[in-house]
Design a protein around this ligand. Structure first.
Ligand SMILES: [Mg+2]
Length: 281
């Protein structure tokens, strides 16, 4: 992985020649710092202002991607004109577009019943809690004391086993959270590709520049897809991590600084025509 800043001159070139610029950002850990409880996460006010300026730019689309439920994500960000992708890609809403994965929709009742079982079984574990997100579940264990973590993982494994065996659900591990999703062949990468086709039309690499910034395991699907599409994949976090992303930024502060530089440069370029701008990240 290389620091994203080193790629800046190439990005300027790509933006200049692209008809569409598509900026995809994960939410928690990428734009908003990670906090103990997801409900306490906040998009920094300056980042929100920056995102509003970005979406005003011509031929630039902002896509917010998250494992949160779509409704929750929209409430957290609250900016019009974005594309919002919730539940790891299973639902999407944006200007003139709407999508819900049909298989995931059909499995809602099954997931609801599973949530009831999980909640009851995990009640004795201090700090463990089940978040129902409509199309998926998150089992959080950030607050589980070390002494109870073994029991927690054992119990959860036993709870999920019958669903995995039947092939109706799948499991991914995030930052002290276990994500339980319906087993459908659909992920953050596939939804990004789906959206790109609708925004930019057929895949001709000169027509668009796409970038994806994310910090977690479920973002890996999107990194691989963006690499395949000739875009720029950016991991946010420790550069020693094994990831499909080709570039990295340290944390949400670095993401903000980089997006701010991009915004200034794109604005300058949109008003002055195709020459090199004065701003570097
Ligand atoms: Mg994240």
């Amino acid at each position: 992985m290389r620091p994203l800043q080193a790629w800046w001159p190439t990005i300027q070139q790509r933006i200049m020649s692209a008809r569409h610029v598509i900026l995809c950002c994960d939410f928690d850990g990428t734009l908003a710092p990670i906090v103990d409880r997801p409900s306490r996460a906040r998009l920094p006010a300056r980042t929100k202002r920056l995102l509003k300026r970005l979406v005003d730019l011509p031929r630039l689309r902002v896509v917010l991607v998250s494992g949160r439920a779509l409704r929750d994500l929209k409430r957290m960000v609250g900016v019009r004109g974005f594309y919002y992708i919730g539940n790891h890609g299973l639902e999407l809403q944006g200007p003139n577009l709407r999508y819900v994965n049909p298989v995931a929709r059909a499995r809602r009742p099954l997931l609801k019943r599973a949530a009831g079982k999980f909640k009851a079984a995990l009640r004795p574990i201090p700090g463990a809690w089940v978040e129902e997100k409509g199309l998926t579940l998150s089992v959080h264990w950030r607050a589980v004391p070390r002494s109870a973590q073994r029991t927690f993982h054992k119990l959860l494994k036993a709870l999920i086993a019958p669903y995995l065996k039947r092939g109706v659900m799948r499991l991914t591990r995030g930052k002290r959270v276990v994500e339980i999703r319906p087993a459908v062949d659909w992920d953050k990468g596939m939804v990004v590709d789906w959206l790109l086709t609708r925004i930019a039309g057929r895949h001709a690499s000169t027509r668009y520049w796409i970038t994806y910034l994310g910090d977690d395991q479920t973002d890996e699907d999107a990194f691989r897809m963006v690499n395949r599409l000739g875009g720029t994949s950016v991991f946010v976090g420790d550069p020693r991590r094994r990831t499909a992303a080709r570039y990295w930024l340290k944390d949400p502060h670095a993401v903000h600084r980089w997006l701010a530089a991009l915004e200034r440069w794109k604005r300058w370029h949109s008003s002055k025509g195709p020459c090199r701008g004065p701003h570097r990240p």
